[in-house]
Unconditional design. Structure first.
Length: 155
């Protein structure tokens, strides 16, 4: 997990499963976990129930999950997969070459935590749990408030 000084996020616009363009700026005002994943990635699949739990617990209040799929699948097949996994958070489609407007994604799953102001505050490679996401937000809030030590401990 990498915590760095906040970096202004580009306002990424990608198509969703229905073909509609969606922008990450739609979610400003909330913490946003952007999760890059693929159907062929076992750790991605394993973390999906945790991402869904976090999303359901926070979507109406303070945080949102958005999945960005890196597969080269027909949207209909991907929609069926998402439905079978009982995923309710938005799924957007990214280029399969690993290059995204948010930077290169070299390994999956990779997640970015974006502040309510749209700044990327952390990047995590590997699976996450709902509890880990809450810790990332707590640390990110501490960094934004200047209350976090270099070791990432909230004071």
């Amino acid at each position: 997990m990498l915590f760095a000084p906040a970096v202004q996020a580009v306002d990424v616009t990608l198509p969703d499963l229905a073909g509609r363009d969606r922008s990450l700026s739609e979610f400003r005002g909330k913490w946003l976990l952007v999760n890059f994943w693929a159907t062929w990635c076992p750790p991605c699949i394993a973390e999906m129930p945790e991402l869904e739990l976090f999303h359901l617990a926070h979507k109406e209040r303070d945080a949102q999950v958005v999945g960005i799929n890196m597969d080269d699948l027909e949207p209909q097949r991907l929609s069926e997969f998402v439905e079978e996994m009982f995923i309710s958070y938005p799924i957007l489609l990214a280029p399969v070459d690993g290059y995204t407007p948010l930077g290169r994604v070299a390994a999956l799953p990779t997640s970015l935590l974006i502040s309510p102001e749209g700044e990327i505050v952390s990047r995590h490679v590997g699976s996450l749990t709902a509890g880990m996401i809450e810790q990332l937000i707590e640390r990110g809030a501490g960094i934004r408030a200047g209350k976090t030590t270099e070791a990432g401990v909230v004071q």
